[in-house]
Design a binder for this molecule. Structure first.
Ligand code: DC
Length: 229
């Protein structure tokens, strides 16, 4: 990695499904003019590519090879996989569940590591996921662990789906969220956990603007501290 890229600051935002990481990370990145990495999208892309190629979701060798060779482009809010726009396809519950399964395989995680680290470029990066602060960017300038109760998260997901005109059942959503939390937290490799040096932010009862402001305040304090101010 070029020295310049390695030195670019990183804000790592980790947390469980539907904790609001995506919205918050995009807003923080826009406010600072930083690049943005949605690492969950990569796991979702592996799941989608596997489903399309009829690869079994526990065939680690085949999935790791697929992850290494993914032909994907991100840009302008659009995700292109093998020349096809899959921006909406990867958001389906099937891809979410599939992503959670393939993400438990060490070979897949290893195959995606360098691809994630390559997003670190000047002037900086906001990276969101489950292991940004613990594994992918352990030297991140700021690490935030964003939480909210499972009920609040299921409620948010329900509202998002309804707004898109998709029929949803809140009890089922809550059950699926809990299953996914359990799998993401219990896996042996890079489980969802708060980095020791992460700041925890419980978003229950907070608005998006308040959360974004808090993350930006923390980052500015850190940046000022590292300049010795
Ligand atoms: O954030 P998301 O819901 O798009 O993530 C989809 C799945 O990918 C999630 O169930 C866990 C997994 N994931 C992961 O293991 N590590 C990451 N850094 C990001 C996502």
């Amino acid at each position: 990695m070029p020295v310049e890229a390695a030195a670019a600051p990183v804000i790592a935002i980790d947390g469980p499904s539907a904790s609001g990481k995506g919205t918050i990370s995009e807003r923080v990145a826009a406010a600072l003019g930083f690049h943005y990495l949605d690492s969950g999208a990569l796991y979702r892309l592996v799941a989608l590519a596997a489903l399309r190629a009829d690869i079994d979701l526990d065939d680690e060798t085949a999935l790791a090879a697929l992850a290494l060779d993914l032909d994907v482009q991100f840009g302008g809010g659009v995700i292109i996989l093998s020349k096809q726009n899959v921006t909406d396809d990867i958001r389906s519950e099937i891809c979410g569940m599939g992503a959670s399964k393939v993400a438990a395989l060490p070979g897949v995680r290893a195959a995606l590591l360098a691809r994630q680290q390559a997003f670190r470029k000047p002037p900086g990066l906001v990276a969101e996921g489950r292991d940004m602060g613990t594994v992918v960017f352990p030297d991140a300038q700021l690490k935030v662990f964003l939480t909210a109760s499972a009920e609040v998260r299921a409620g948010r997901r329900y509202k998002q789906l309804k707004e898109k005109g998709i029929d949803a059942n809140i009890r089922l959503l809550l059950q699926e969220l809990r299953e996914r939390d359990q799998r993401d937290s219990a896996r042996s490799v890079a489980p969802l956990q708060k980095a020791v040096d992460a700041r925890e932010l419980d978003s229950t009862g907070l608005g998006i603007e308040e959360i974004v402001r808090q993350v930006l305040d923390w980052y500015r304090q850190k940046a000022a501290g590292s300049l010795g101010q």
